[in-house]
Design a binder for this molecule. Structure first.
Ligand code: HEC
Ligand code: HEC
Length: 243
């Protein structure tokens, strides 16, 4: 087919080939469509940002992902599981990303990404092609807030910012936590993540997202619906200070 193209449309084919040569090899191999991937990224956008000014949300920003070691951004608190996988040599390529997106918990057991995975191989290839287009991280301009930027929910971002601005009372948080630790044991449990020691911004955003039913766990949605801003601030102050 290429031969035919070269003979019948020589100049055209050469232009296409030159364009292809500048694409990341990985995206080419997968044959993904970045434009379709952009639409699919809505599934990731509650937790991840990409592009200019991308910041960490519940998950790390995904700029410059291809080629980087798993769990390797200095300023994001990864789970020990994801950091360990990176330490053991897991780096993000089209292949490893495809496998991780198919089955996040199977590829890195114990990681903290609350996402079931994507069954369709074509969807995964499109997402990989989209992510490959954000080759380098672009720092956020000074003074901007994550609320309203990227694909994240602006309402959740704004609510989390407001709560993080309150000084949570850890003693009150310890009192409220009595209800939580019946489920959240220090070492976690089947289907129940450990929350002691999570960063305050992560805890606040997670609870806000349950409160707004952006995350759909029924127990947590019910629990968070009863929590006011001062309660969430206090709980975050308490749990983030634990080991
Ligand atoms: C509910 C929130 C959530 C959703 C939805 C989500 N992620 Fe994540 N993701 C996370 C968290 C949290 C981590 C960090 C996991 C850890 O530290 O164990 C993570 C980690 C990752 C990593 C590893 C990054 C690194 O620096 O090593 C990749 C890649 C990733 N996510 C891609 C995706 C893609 C693509 C989607 C959408 C198809 C997606 N995630 C959906 C929360 C989410
Ligand atoms: C009846 C059991 C139960 C109770 C009580 C409970 N939780 Fe949860 N919690 C869960 C389960 C199950 C999940 C995982 C849900 C999911 O996958 O979205 C969860 C998830 C969370 C998360 C997200 C963790 C992550 O890694 O993303 C946070 C934060 C959290 N709970 C905080 C609390 C706080 C604070 C309280 C007390 C006010 C509380 N929970 C009470 C069962 C419970």
């Amino acid at each position: 087919m290429l031969n035919k193209l070269t003979t019948r449309h020589g100049r055209f084919a050469a232009t296409i080939l030159a364009g292809l040569a500048s694409l990341p090899a990985s995206a080419l191999a997968e044959g993904g469509d970045a434009a379709v991937g952009e639409a699919l990224f809505a599934r990731c956008g509650t937790c991840h940002e990409v592009g200019e000014g991308a910041r960490h949300r519940l998950g790390p920003h995904l700029d410059g992902l291809l080629g980087r070691e798993a769990g390797s951004l200095d300023d994001f608190r990864y789970s020990p599981a994801l950091k360990a996988a990176g330490g053991e040599g897991l780096a993000w390529s089209a292949e490893t990303l495809d496998a991780f997106l198919a089955d996040p918990r199977g590829v890195v057991p114990g990681n903290r990404m609350a996402f079931p995975g994507i069954k369709d191989a074509g969807d995964r290839a499109d997402l990989v092609a989209y992510l490959a287009s954000f080759a380098t991280a672009v720092p956020a301009p000074e003074g901007t807030t994550p609320a309203g930027s990227g694909d994240g929910d602006p309402q959740a971002g704004a609510a989390a910012q407001a709560i993080l601005a309150l000084a949570g009372d850890p003693a009150y948080g310890a009192y409220l936590a009595g209800e939580c630790v019946t489920c959240h044991r220090p070492s976690g449990g089947p289907g129940i993540p450990a929350i002691a020691g999570l960063p305050a911004d992560y805890l606040v955003l997670a609870l806000v997202e349950y409160r707004l039913a952006l995350r759909d766990n029924e127990v947590m949605v019910t629990t968070a619906a009863r929590l006011g801003d001062a309660d969430i601030a206090a709980l975050a102050a308490h749990f983030s200070a634990l080991e």
